[in-house]
Design a protein around this ligand. Structure first.
Ligand SMILES: [Zn+2]
Length: 125
C-alpha cells in the first residue's frame, strides 16, 4: 500500500460557541490542512496520485476558508468550527471529490492543525 500526504496552510478566524474559556473569544490560527491518500498501485509514471492534483483538490477547500471568519461559513454557522468538526467536514467533501476523480485511491485521513502542536484527525479506518 502506498500513502501520500500533502499539507497546505491558511489563515482564518473563529470562535467556539457553548464553550467556557479563551477559545470563546474571536481569535485566529494559521491552520495547516494535511491530507493523506492511499492506494495499491502506481501508474506507468510510478505515481499513486499527482501531488499537483492533490494540492488542487485541497486548494478548493482552502479557498473557502482562507482569511475568513469561519463561523460565518456554512456549515460552521450551525456547528462549531472546532478542528474535529472541520476535519470531518473536509473529509466528506474531499472523499466525494476524490471518488469522482480517481477510483484507484482512497482518502485515508484529514488532519487539521490549529497550532504546530495541536491537531485533530478524521478517518474512517
Ligand atoms: Zn481556535
Amino acid at each position: 500500500m502506498y500513502q501520500l500526504t500533502k499539507s497546505v496552510t491558511f489563515d482564518a478566524a473563529h470562535l467556539l460557541r457553548n464553550y467556557v474559556g479563551k477559545c470563546a473569544n474571536l481569535h485566529g490560527h494559521t491552520y495547516k490542512l494535511e491530507v493523506a491518500v492511499a492506494g495499491e498501485k502506481v501508474d506507468e509514471v510510478g505515481m499513486l496520485y499527482d501531488f499537483f492534483d492533490l494540492k488542487k483538490l485541497m486548494q478548493g477547500v482552502v479557498d473557502q476558508l482562507d482569511h475568513r471568519f469561519i463561523n460565518e461559513i456554512p456549515p460552521y454557522n450551525e456547528i462549531n468550527p472546532t478542528a474535529e468538526n472541520m476535519a470531518y467536514q473536509i473529509y466528506q467533501t474531499l472523499r466525494q471529490q476524490l471518488a469522482e476523480q480517481n477510483q484507484n485511491i482512497k482518502l485515508k485521513y484529514v488532519q487539521i492543525w490549529e497550532t504546530p502542536t495541536a491537531s485533530a484527525t478524521y478517518s474512517e479506518d
